[in-house]
Ligand binder design. Structure first.
Ligand code: FAD
Length: 475
């Protein structure tokens, strides 16, 4: 039997693998770098970096169990048919995907295999509950998070964990070397900061989870908004690539709650974030164009600006707003940005700069190690105001007060904008308001060592609100 790995690069708690074990079949593990999924976006650079390491980790885990991860590049249908004939397998199992281009492709592949007399079966390997599992009382899917969360919280029970197979087959079957796919960047290799922060793969994911459970979970509710603290789990790229199942996370957290964790509400608050990920999948499943098109069609009438220069200053972390620049530089260096800061930088792009959210989403797609078709689009549309259950457009994040409130110690800005390191806290989030003596003492020369604000806050806010006014009454 072939198990085709996709966004579920792990051995434990993997429904397709468990079904193969149950069938008592030899398991030929396959990974395909697909080149022919019509309408699917190419992976971004940071995602490729992650995929490279994650596949190597999976390859090594499989080889420790006597097998070989068969890696091939090209058209999945053709490759699966080839591997079926080379191995004599009579079934192909895989985990489901939920974006329209991928679902269309999978349906075609399933039919082609079945036409050949091969059993083709798919499983839920990536989500707690699939996008069609919960319906509102009036029927239809949830478009608002809180009732969805309430429904999941009150009814979801994680199934028992599924054991990893003890052995694999595959040795002797041809495959590409992962190295030959050149997923790791070269000329230049910009990934040093990634290496320092991440350990892609199943083991790395387990370590992250344990570290989180051993500490930050207790104060998650308070600290989750603080980019100057290590207050969140850092599990997003591991979850995105399926190196850990969300059910494993759920069970581990529930285990703490059931054993009497004092900070129970903090743990529930963390689980609600896990369910935000699920909610994003509900939205993209039912609104497949959400990755490119406004969920709220009223926004189709929005007159976004176009400015390559402003976009580049934002991308490079040169907007003159320290919290924004710190976030954009953290993203560039590590492939990740704190959630609070993602909201602030997204608000600045879509509101102060009045640039279309898709421009920011594209940049995140290329630079985030957790770049996810559902969560990225949902996050951008939430901030821009065009999403389901979105932050209203008139909520314009103030990058100065947000910085003062959430980077209270200033450690975050000082880390990522070292040219501002010596500014006192009072002026750290608005250097242009400091007097010339203070700036001089801190070695800051505005316009030279650090930029002046790309647009004055009040002016940007006003322009955004005026643009919003033009949408009123539109459908
Ligand atoms: P924790 O706080 O430890 O949360 C645990 C897990 O819950 C995360 O690993 C993630 O899987 C999930 N989660 C948390 N918050 C959200 C959320 N708001 N929406 C969906 N899932 C969530 N998340 C992605 O995984 N991929 C993306 O491409 C992505 N793009 C985003 C773009 C914008 C503009 C915004 C505002 C948010 C985006 N998010 C995205 C959501 C969120 O920022 C990240 O999931 C979170 O910062 C990851 O850090 P963590 O693992 O430490 O999170």
């Amino acid at each position: 039997m072939i198990v085709w790995f996709r966004n579920d690069l792990r051995l434990a708690d993997h429904a397709a693998l468990a079904a193969a074990v149950e069938a008592d079949a030899k398991i030929f593990p396959v990974y395909i770098l697909e080149e022919t999924v019509a309408g699917r976006r190419e992976l971004g650079g940071a995602s490729k970096w992650w995929l490279d390491k994650s596949l190597k980790s999976l390859r090594s885990a499989i080889s420790q169990r006597g097998g070989k991860l068969i890696c091939r590049k090209g058209d999945a249908e053709k490759i699966l048919r080839d591997v079926v004939s080379e191995t004599g397998a009579d079934a192909v199992f895989w985990g489901r995907r939920y974006t329209q281009p991928e679902m269309d492709r999978d349906a075609d592949i399933k039919k082609a295999l079945q036409d050949d007399g091969i059993e083709a079966k798919s499983f839920n390997t990536c989500l707690l509950t699939e996008p069609w599992s919960y319906q509102t009382k009036s029927g239809g899917y949830y478009k608002v998070f809180t009732p969805y969360w309430r429904a999941v919280r009150s009814s979801f029970e994680a199934p028992d964990p599924m054991q990893a197979p003890e052995t694999f087959a595959g040795v002797g079957i041809d495959g590409d070397e992962i190295e030959s796919w050149e997923l790791h960047p070269s000329k230049p290799d910009w990934s040093k900061g990634f290496d320092e922060m991440w350990t892609p793969g199943e083991e790395g994911a387990q370590v992250r989870l344990q570290d989180f459970l051993d500490g930050p979970i207790r104060e998650y509710e308070e600290m989750r908004n603080r980019p100057d603290e290590d207050g969140t789990s850092g599990l997003s790229p591991h979850l995105h690539h399926g190196e850990i199942s969300p059910a494993t996370v759920w069970r581990a957290v529930m285990g703490r709650i059931n054993r009497g964790l004092k900070e129970e509400e903090s743990a529930w608050s963390f689980l609600s974030e896990i369910v935000w990920r699920e909610f994003s999948y509900v939205l993209i499943y039912h609104h497949p164009k959400m990755g490119r098109e406004n969920y709220d069609s009223k926004f189709n009438g929005m007159e976004w600006r176009s400015s390559k220069k402003d976009l580049e200053l934002w991308q490079k972390g040169q907007t003159g707003y320290p919290i924004v620049d710190a976030g954009m530089r953290q993203l560039w260096t590590t492939g990740w940005m704190h959630n609070r800061v993602r909201m602030i930088v997204a608000s600045l792009l879509t509101k102060h700069l009045l640039l279309n959210w898709t421009e920011g989403e594209d940049w995140f797609w290329d630079t985030l190690v957790d770049a996810d078709p559902a969560s990225n689009a949902a996050g951008w549309q939430w901030t821009a105001g065009s999403g389901a259950d979105a932050s209203p457009y008139f909520r314009v994040f103030n990058p100065i007060t947000q910085g003062q409130k959430f980077d209270q110690t200033g450690a975050y800005v000082r880390k990522w904008c070292p040219e501002l390191k010596k500014l006192p806290n009072k002026h750290l989030h608005a250097p242009w308001e400091a007097g010339s003596d203070v700036l001089k003492k801190a070695g800051v020369e505005l316009g030279k060592t650090y930029p002046r604000p790309i647009i004055e806050h009040k002016q940007g806010r006003q322009r955004a609100l005026e643009a919003w006014e033009t949408l009123k009454g539109k459908q």
